[in-house]
Each structure stands twice: as C-alpha cells, then as structure tokens.
Design a protein around this ligand. Structure first.
Ligand SMILES: O=P(O)(O)OC[C@H]1O[C@](O)(COP(=O)(O)O)[C@@H](O)[C@@H]1O
Ligand SMILES: [Mn+2]
Length: 657
C-alpha cells in the first residue's frame, strides 16, 4: 500500500489505540443485521403522498409501535401515537388544543416522552450507539442518551433520576421540541436507506419539494426516470427537452413550477401564444378535482400549451434528421401532413386531423421555427440555465443519480433493458460502434453526464442523446417503440395512440429473462432481483407486481393521481430488511389533514417477496464490502505505523455487488 496514503491516514489515527478502536468498531458493525432499504418510484410531483410514505416508513413505524404497545394501548391510541411520530409539529398542536389545564398537558408529555424513548430504544436496537447518536436531535443528544440508558436499565421508568430529567424538560418548555426531535429520529432509524427508482418530475404539482426532501435525506440514491432526464436534458441545453417539460407542465396545470418555483420567465412564450392561438379543447389543462382555475387563466394556458407543443414538434425534426441511428424518421409527422386536406399519413394510412393548431407552420418547411419562436426558446433556455434553484436540484440528481444501480445484489432500474422478441439484448449503433445490454446503458449514461457537463452545447450528440433517452425506442427509460404525442392531440382514431411496449415488458414475466439480465450485470441470478418502476401495475385488472417467481418486482403502482384510476391503488413501495423483502400496497392518500385528524393510515397489504433463511448481516451488503476494505486499510496502517503484525491468516476481502 502507498505509504504516502498511510501517512496521511495516520494524521487522523494518530495513535495505536485510535486505529484499534476503529477496527473493533467496524468489525462489530459487520455483524449487525443489515439496515432497512426503502424503495419508492414514480413519485411524479406528489410531494404530500411521498412525505407520508417516507414518514411512516411504508408502515414500519406503525409496526414497531404495535410490537411494543399492542397489548397496552387501544387501536385509537396507537393510531394517535403513530400520527404523532409522522407529523409531530402538527399533531402536538392539535393535541395541546384539546387540553384545558397545564397539569393534564404535563401528564401527557410525561407519558409520550416515555413512549418515544422506548420506541427509539427498540428501533435502534440493531444499530451501534454511534449511529444512533448521529440520528438524534443534536441539541438533546446528551439528555436523550441519559434517558435511553435509563430505559435500558429500568423498565418501569419510575426511577427518580429519570423522572427528574423529564420534569425539567417539561418545566423548561422544551417538551415540544424534544418530542418532535424524537419523532424524526424514529423515522430515520426505521429506514436506513432510500432508493428512488425514477420519475420524480412531471404531472404532479410539487417535484421541487420532493427534491428538497431528498437533499435533506440522510441516505438516498436515485435511478433516473424518463421524466427526470427530460429535466436534466433541458438544463443541459436541449431545447426539445425544454419544450417538453413546459408542455407537460401546461398540460397538467403546473406552469407555476416553471414560473414561480424555478423563476423562469414565461412572458415571451405567453406573448407568442396570445398572438397565434385560440381556445382548443385538447390543449386545455387537466384540472384536478378540487383545483380552481379561472376561465381566463385556462384560456391562457391552453394557448401556451399549443405554442410549446408546436415548437416541440418542430424541434424534433432536425434531431431526427441529423441522427439516422436514432431510427426515428417515422416521427417526422409535420412533413407527413397534407395541410390542404387536413390529414396525416402514418405507415401508409391517411388519418383526418382535428383540433390542429398549425398557425405557425409553413407547409413548405414545416419544421422551420418562426424567428419569434426561436427567440422565445433562446430566452427560455437562458432563463432555465440561470435558475439557481433548478441548478441545485439538477446537480443533486446528477450527483446521487444513475441510469441503473447494483445494490446488495439487486438491479434497480426505472424502465427496462431493451430486448428483442427472442429475449436478446437489443443492439444500437452509436458512432460506428454497436452497444447492447449493460454497455448500452453505460454509454447512455456517459453521454448524459457529458451533456450535463457542457450546457453550452445544444446540438451535439450527447445533448441529442438525452432526448433519445426520453423517447427513443432502445432507451432503457422509455421502453416503447415510439411516443405518440402528436397522434394523441390531433387524431381521433385511438389505434394511432397506442405506444407499443418493448418485448421486455412481457418477457420479464419469465425467470429465464431475469436471470440473463442479472447475469449481464454481473449479479448472482440465484440471489438477485430486478426492481423496476415506470409502468403502472394495474392491480385493478389483477396484474401482479411480483413477477418471474419473485425475481422481478415492479413498484410503480401510481403515486400519480392522474393514473390512479387505471391502477386501482396509490402506489407500491418495497422494503428490504435483514429478514427479507416486503411489498407494500398503498391505498389512496387524501391529505395530511385527514391523517392528522382521524389517524387514517391508508396502508397496506404486505406480501412477502423473499424470506432470508438467516438474518442478513451488514457483512453481506455493499456497505459491508466497503467496511471490509476500510478494515483492511486500517490493518495496513497498524502494521506500517505501529509495527503490529496481526496474528493468524489474513482474510480475503469479498466483493459484494
Ligand atoms: O398521460 P400523459 O401525461 O399524456 O403522458 C403520456 C405519455 O407519458 C408516457 O407514458 C411517459 O411517461 P411515464 O414514464 O410516466 O410512462 C409516454 O409514453 C406517453 O406518451
Ligand atoms: Mn417513467
């Protein structure tokens, strides 16, 4: 080992005891049960529902409360207590309003602090003290540690020392803060690591708040979804991606995300829209029940929606032409329109067009942007690339995200591995080289990162490739032959709207397919699972999210409100702890207010996907592999710096994928 490196390390471990202590500490951690992983996907801007799932740990918080209190508390009390852990600030307020004297309130504080301490003691039992300490609210670490210590020692909590501390906290007016801190600590202890298997953005109203929550989260990774790369693409300089995100925001009545949240000036686009467009039924924004919108505003959005959709269609054309390998010439639909007859030719059939808005299209050069349209896009791109908040969110997506992830033996991927009908990995030619399977995904990711690093380039291959990831047939995020946006707006015949899925989506029902994919990614097919998002599982039609004998798990049940009528539920999430995997089905989430008032916790059918025969330890995980490496380095340091040779044979370091 490089001695320079060891010298540097010795600055941190500047005596023998420190090295030895750390080795012992790490060895101990290896033998603890593995932490709980929590998988969510397809959040689609539904911040409130996501918060709920995060706060209740997909039912794990309640489960722990029930383990401890089922015999001593009523169902109502358990619900109340669980709600307090999920939403401490609001619930404390509500409860306090119900008391009419100080004494009752103090009594309540005493009981709740005791319960919270017990809960934390239980929830942290599989972690080291140091990990627990990091999860505690910093201002109360010392006090809580004292209480936890007493909770271990005396089960009845009547110990005067304990009582004294609690009384002091209450009389010094710190109880609310302490309870709130303890509630968040519980949430954090219940789920060790969060995986977001794609599609944070689009359709729902608050993707930015989801991003802020993820930035604050203690441990998270993201597998990009097709909607996320659309936003990354826009920020990286792709005007066609930018047109798409604005179009989708207009369609779902979410333009305030662009305008108010990210501070992007839509005025030039609005001026253009007002000049050329009128009302048009297919471009009116989708308004959620309960949402109010004035007729004037609706009309304005309808116009913007048309203006940006037409810009999008025009911008697609030059990319398709300069990238023959994208094999998308079928999508040059503006050129296939007969503008006199008002029909479009698709694969040899002429379809009548309706609700058209071709005011800015020159039939002789249909993909030509008007000067004004080009200027609008330049201004929008400038504004997007100078939004400080968007920059922060996109940087985080890039830092924590990837196209796929191998984690503890499983493969996490939003969309698919493009396959042909025989189950072979589809090949794509990029710059005279053919890629398939894992290599294809790696090169896609390489281009995406390149595009992000070069936001000034707007028409290069890397930037175009980000758009391909949104809509190309061999994109691992899209997984369909083509995106029929044009047809959906302008053609009545619904057969043209159908988007043919990649064979992956039926082949993934077979174990054999899943085995070959896991092998392609160098994962053990006897142990690993593929965890997918992207396609809503239609539980309503009896679709099973667990496929291929448990090797494939699809967790998109549709947080997206717009899709809940087709799925019949409000999303799946997955939990993977030391005992195995559990799939949780969530029922429709109405509002935080409803949970606060009635304790309705709309969970959750659990299906055991896998049961570990033996409890899985940290040693067998990704984290374990990293710790083993650290231990090995520390042992080298011990030997080099403090001349201690270890007795016995050196262990080899296993690699966990
Ligand atoms: O329902 P909408 O918002 O019109 O979106 C439909 C489009 O969304 C897509 O399904 C992609 O979004 P998802 O990743 O959420 O499936 C396209 O295939 C389709 O054209
Ligand atoms: Mn998706």
């Amino acid at each position: 080992m490089n001695t320079k490196y060891l010298d540097l390390l010795a600055q941190k471990y500047d005596n023998e005891e420190k090295v030895v202590t750390e080795i012992i500490n790490l060895e101990a951690i290896l033998n603890l049960p593995k932490g709980t992983e929590h998988f969510v996907s397809d959040l689609h801007g539904e911040y409130q529902a996501f918060q709920h799932v995060l706060r209740n740990g997909s039912g794990k918080v309640k489960e722990k409360i029930e383990d401890l209190y089922k015999k001593v508390l009523t169902e109502k009390e358990i619900k109340e207590f669980a709600t307090l852990v999920y939403y401490p600030e609001e619930k404390i307020k509500l409860i306090k309003n119900g008391f009419d004297n100080e004494q009752e309130l103090h009594q309540w504080y005493t009981v709740i602090i005791e319960r919270m301490i017990k809960l934390i003691s239980y929830a942290s039992s599989k972690y080291t003290r140091s990990k627990l300490r990091k999860a505690l609210p910093s201002q109360f670490v010392y006090i809580i540690e004292e209480l936890l210590y007493k909770a271990d020692e005396f089960t009845n909590f009547k110990e005067p020392y304990y009582t004294k501390i609690v009384q002091q906290i209450i009389s010094l007016g710190q109880a609310d803060k302490l309870i709130t801190g303890l509630a968040y600590t519980t949430q954090r202890l219940v789920v060790d690591h969060l995986h977001v298997v794609g599609d944070i953005y689009d359709r729902g109203p608050e993707p930015d708040k989801i991003m802020e929550a993820l930035i604050q989260h203690h441990s998270v990774d993201i597998q990009w979804g097709n909607h996320d790369v659309l936003w990354i693409g826009a920020f990286a300089g792709s005007k066609v991606c930018l047109a798409n995100i604005i179009r989708i925001c207009a369609r779902y009545n979410n333009l305030d995300i662009i305008e108010d949240v990210y501070g992007i000036n839509l005025r030039p686009l609005l001026n253009l829209a007002e000049k050329y467009y009128q009302d048009n039924p297919v471009f009116r924004p989708k308004v959620q029940p309960g949402e109010t919108i004035s007729e004037e505003e609706k009309l304005q959005i309808t116009k913007i929606h048309q203006a940006i959709a037409m810009i999008q269609f025009k911008l697609e054309s030059p990319i398709i032409k300069r990238r023959p390998n994208f094999d998308m010439s079928e999508r040059l639909l503006l050129e296939k329109v007969d503008y006199d007859k008002k029909e479009v030719w698709i694969r040899g059939t002429a379809y009548p067009l309706e609700n058209t808005c071709f005011e800015t299209v020159n039939p002789l050069q249909p993909d030509q942007l008007l000067e004004e349209e080009a200027q609008v896009m330049d201004k929008l791109l400038f504004s997007v690339q100078h939004s400080e908040k968007l920059a922060r969110h996109m940087n985080f997506l890039i830092k924590k995200g990837s196209l796929y992830l191998k984690y503890n033996g499983n493969l996490l991927i939003h969309g698919c591995i493009p396959l042909d009908e025989e189950g072979n990995m589809e090949k794509m030619m990029i710059e005279n080289k053919t890629y398939a399977g894992r290599e294809l995904l790696d090169i896609f990711e390489h281009y995406l990162r390149h595009a992000f690093a070069h936001p000034e380039e707007t028409d290069d291959l890397a930037t175009d490739m980000v758009w391909y990831l949104w809509t190309g047939q061999y994109s691992s995020l899209f997984g369909k032959r083509e995106m029929t946006t044009f047809e959906r707006y302008f053609i009545k015949d619904k057969t043209t709207h159908k988007e043919m899925k990649n064979p992956y989506y039926y082949l993934r029902e077979n174990e054999e397919t899943c085995r070959s994919i896991l092998t392609e990614f160098d994962l053990d097919p006897n142990q690993g699972h593929i965890i997918n998002g992207h396609t809503p599982v239609k539980e309503i039609n009896g679709e099973n999210p667990i496929k291929a004998n448990g090797m494939m798990i699809v967790i998109d049940g549709g947080f997206s409100k717009a899709y809940q009528s087709t799925t019949g539920i409000a999303g799946y999430t997955l939990l993977y702890n030391s005992f195995g995997m559990q799939l949780v089905a969530h029922q429709h989430f109405n509002s935080k207010e409803e949970v606060l008032l009635n304790g309705t916790d709309v969970l959750s059918v659990k299906r055991v996907v896998d049961k570990e025969l033996e409890r899985k330890k940290v040693l067998e995980t990704n984290v374990g592999a990293e710790l083993l490496q650290e231990i090995s380095i520390l042992k080298s340091l011990l030997e080099y710096r403090y001349m201690k040779r270890e007795k016995g044979p050196k262990e080899s370091v296993p690699v966990i994928k």
